[in-house]
Ligand binder design. Structure first.
Ligand SMILES: NC(=O)c1ccc[n+]([C@@H]2O[C@H](COP(=O)([O-])OP(=O)(O)OC[C@H]3O[C@@H](n4cnc5c(N)ncnc54)[C@H](OP(=O)(O)O)[C@@H]3O)[C@@H](O)[C@H]2O)c1
Length: 332
């Protein structure tokens, strides 16, 4: 495993991180979830990402049990707050009340005294930003979160948060968690330049476009049994990637991966790690074999000619409009 700094902080994280969205407490049974976490640890992954909302809060519990007994100093545990965790008007968003309540509930479920990174899962247009930043800072001062990050915030939202933190002497945002892969490149034009200047690292989600970039979905064919596209919840999220044009172009990447001595999933993950502003790629998995395959993307250097061929093949299906980064206008 290779390690990178989380943004401009002293914290090092594994450049391949393991995330449990749609899997723990949902698509996969607990023994498979534990086996994936065990495989991740064996392969040198130290960084684990979850969220209060995943599987209706069950994902944090599953991860907490899977990591139980692991030396706390050997792992970095990341979680998030924003999406609803209950029926109440205050069970969501980034108010001081919900941040404090959700943070404490996450710590209980994860069986830990602190999380290494606490992330705002979206921007909350209905809470003053200084209230959110102050609440996050209090968590840091109390030792319940070591670092603060955001997810899917726009460049102007990140800039506004940095300004408040600097003016009020509060802890600064150290990371952003955006979707980023060979097809979805919307962070490149605005977010990455700002974050490079400000010392904010990207920890990117869906580096394999939810499995599409592994090449296992063939155009015009039914999805393989047991894949996310056949999962009741997962299928809604992956559906936008299952267009025939995308799937046939992904098949054209196969010789590129072969010639680089990589599988398609390794090529996809390695591609995200070529961006120096990326601190880690968060990979999901339903089976330990997937984790073992995926970690081999660590430390891989892709030649400029390989990157050019990827661009030539995927060009027409690449999404790069920065306006695609947006949080719900109203609290969900
Ligand atoms: N901040 C946010 O808003 C946000 C949003 C989404 C995700 N995330 C984070 O990012 C993490 C990763 O997201 P993701 O799961 O969509 O990422 P991904 O790594 O692009 O996709 C993972 C899925 O692809 C399939 N897969 C993985 N390795 C494979 C392999 N070697 N061969 C074939 N199939 C393979 C598995 O699904 P099947 O086996 O079921 O096909 C696996 O669950 C999440 O767990 C979460 O921590 C954050």
């Amino acid at each position: 495993m290779e390690f990178r700094h989380l943004g401009r902080s002293g914290l090092k994280i594994s450049e391949i991180a393991y995330g449990n969205w749609l899997t723990h407490g949902s698509q996969v049974a607990e023994d498979a979830a534990s086996a994936c976490v065990a495989a991740a640890l064996e392969e040198g992954i130290t960084t684990f990402d979850t969220a209060d909302v995943y599987a209706g809060t069950r994902a944090e519990e599953v991860l907490g049990r899977a990591l139980h007994g692991v030396r706390r100093e050997s792992v970095e545990i990341f979680t998030k707050v924003y999406w609803p965790t209950g029926p109440g008007v205050n069970d969501r968003g980034l108010s001081r009340k919900h941040i404090m309540e959700s943070a404490h509930a996450s710590l209980r479920r994860l069986q830990t005294d602190y999380v290494d990174l606490y992330q705002a899962h979206r921007f909350d247009h209905h809470t003053p930003l200084d209230e959110t930043m102050r609440a996050f800072d209090d968590l840091v001062r109390h030792g319940k979160a070591l670092y603060i990050g955001v997810s899917e915030w726009r460049a102007d939202e990140i800039a506004a948060a940095l300004k408040i933190a600097d003016e009020m002497g509060l802890d600064r945002i150290i990371s952003n968690q955006p979707q980023y892969n060979m097809i979805w490149r919307v962070i490149e034009s605005e977010i990455v330049p700002l974050c490079e200047r400000e010392g904010i690292g990207q920890i990117v989600w869906s580096p394999m476009a939810q499995g599409v970039l592994t090449g296992k979905y063939a155009p015009g064919a039914p999805p393989p049994a047991g894949s996310r596209a056949t999962d009741e919840r997962g299928s809604a999220f992956i559906s936008e990637y299952l267009a025939d044009d995308i799937l046939s172009r992904v098949q054209q990447l196969r010789p590129v991966a072969d010639e680089a001595g990589l599988t398609l999933s390794q090529l996809a993950i390695a591609w995200t790690l070529q961006n120096p502003n990326v601190s880690a790629a968060i990979v999901g998995a339903t089976r330990p074999e997937q984790v073992r395959e995926n970690v081999k993307a660590a430390g891989v250097q892709l030649e400029p000619a390989v990157l050019k061929r990827i661009d030539d093949i995927l060009g027409p299906v690449v999404v790069s409009d920065p306006a695609q980064t947006a949080s719900p206008p109203d609290r969900p």
